[in-house]
Design a protein around this ligand. Structure first.
Ligand SMILES: [Zn+2]
Length: 331
């Protein structure tokens, strides 16, 4: 599997600081944003890639895993678990940290094959113990509203199934089965309804246990991972679980104070009282009105930024009132 290089995607060096990453991300996201490139699929794909790269590299934990394991970084925990098991098996002292990964991706590939079944077409016949079925990954794109409420999808997955002719043995009366050419498995399509929990981010991996490839020879099935992309929203800008939104406010309301309507990701609007003399650009925090946390029972905040809209097409009377105003209070 040819890995994407997240550093190349963002055009930064491997030792880039958090600030470098953020700057590169902002610059590219602005350039390739779907709103700026309507109907341009290449730009949209690039935008997704940029988001994915930034999600991974901006998180200290996932960046560390990515640096060590490359595009197989999501399996870091499994690699390390397997390493501990291997070192135990070889009689090393697991507590002493005897087994060490070099971080070389070439080695990782063979370990990856050992863990997840390796190249297609290889059968389990040489393997005494049934190996766990391979994990599957399926990309899923959701809207921000879907990420807010949680949603469901029906997926069509390419899977390998036990051959119905030989029941997965690969042989019929000691001859290779003609239906599966002795492999024991045939390609099939599985339709599956999956739930996507509220709070997912771009780059989130939702694990659907046991819905990956079945095992060769009666072991446990692999898992299915949904690789989430959350589409950008025209009104809400997401920062972690917080949402930022701009609220247009009439000049008189900003000066005298009053009520403004703030759109929410739930749908509908929330009334927000703003004090007299609210300055343009002031941000009000609506606690707990942002995105739900994926793992926690917390909620992000909704940050409403006031955008004072100056009146246009003034009548003669309004102009006169502004003139009087400027006489009372010269700039
Ligand atoms: Zn067969």
């Amino acid at each position: 599997m040819a890995g994407k290089n997240y550093y190349d995607i963002l055009g930064v060096r491997k030792d880039a600081t958090e600030k470098d990453l953020k700057q590169a991300y902002r610059r590219l996201a602005r350039k390739y944003h779907p709103d700026v490139n309507p109907g341009d699929n290449t730009a949209e794909a690039r935008f997704k890639e940029i988001n994915e790269a930034y999600e991974i590299l901006s998180d200290k934990t996932s960046r560390k895993k990515y640096d060590k394991y490359g595009d197989k970084w999501q399996y870091a925990d499994q690699f390390e678990q397997a390493a501990r098991e291997q070192s135990q098996y070889r009689g090393f002292d697991p507590g002493g940290g005897a087994y060490h990964f070099s971080g070389d991706i070439g080695d990782m590939d063979s370990l990856f094959d050992d863990l997840f079944g390796g190249a297609r077409g290889r059968t389990s016949s040489r393997q005494a113990r049934p190996r766990r079925g391979q994990d599957l990954e399926s990309p899923v794109e959701v809207t921000l509203e879907e990420a807010f409420h949680g949603t469901a999808r029906t997926l069509s997955l390419q899977v390998e199934e036990p051959c119905p002719v030989c029941q997965g043995s690969g042989r019929i009366q000691n001859l290779p089965c003609s239906n599966c050419r002795g492999a024991g498995m045939v390609a099939g399509v599985k339709r599956l309804e999956v739930k996507i929990p509220a709070g997912v981010h771009t780059g989130s991996r939702v694990r659907i246990a046991g819905k990956g490839q079945p095992s060769y020879g009666g072991g446990t099935a692999g898992d299915l991972f949904l690789k989430i992309t959350v589409r950008s929203h025209p009104a809400f800008e997401r920062h972690g679980d917080n949402l930022h939104v701009t609220v247009p406010v009439a000049l008189a309301t900003a000066v005298l104070g009053g009520e403004v309507q703030v759109p929410t990701p739930r749908g509908g609007k929330l009334a927000l009282k703003i004090p007299a003399e609210t300055q343009n650009g002031r941000v009000f925090r609506l606690a707990g009105q942002g995105m739900p946390g994926l793992a926690k029972s917390t909620r992000g905040d909704l940050l409403a930024r006031i955008n004072v809209v100056l009146p246009t097409r003034l009548s003669e009377k309004e102009k006169e009132l502004f003139r009087q105003l400027s006489e009372i209070r010269p700039a």
